[in-house]
Design a protein around this ligand. Sequence first.
Ligand SMILES: [Zn+2]
Length: 185
Amino acid sequence: MLDFYYSTMSGGKSTALLQRRHNLTSIGKRVLVMTSALDDRFGIGKITSRMGPQCDAVLYSRDTVFDSTLDLGDVAELILDEAQFLTGAQVRQIHENFCARGQRVSCFGLRSTFQGLPFEGSAALMAIADNLHELSTLCQCGSKATLNQRIDALGHPVRSGPEVEIGGDNRYRPVCASCFHAVSR
Ligand SMILES: [Zn+2]
């Protein structure tokens, strides 16, 4: 079973991941948490939410191969954070080598880039996950936020640049379509 939990930045993704892990471990299930080596905001291999709790995570990179060389033993559920950074090939490996053989995998990630384009990993997950779960938050105007706006130090929108620029949640804000395009309804 492959589940994809998607959200915007500051959309409660890490909190939901930590809650999912807590729910499973509290009934005696073994869980393996992995996160992308690309994201070191909170220190290498840590999942941290604004609420405080955190857990250690094993790192994956774009070179990680998700097959039987990754020994899952008695892991009841593999949880992957920052799943937007998976390649499409890695999502297909997870789907075929793990999920199709009965392994539960839950992926947590951002749906789209700051330019409103799909991340590679998220596009693949949207296409083949068994279950899609939207974790929603609010735009500053009160509408549902569906997009991530990158902002500069003065809070002005940034519309070009590299897809990945990690280094602080304060460089992004969750916004609705109207605020993203700076038009009024
Ligand atoms: Zn808005």
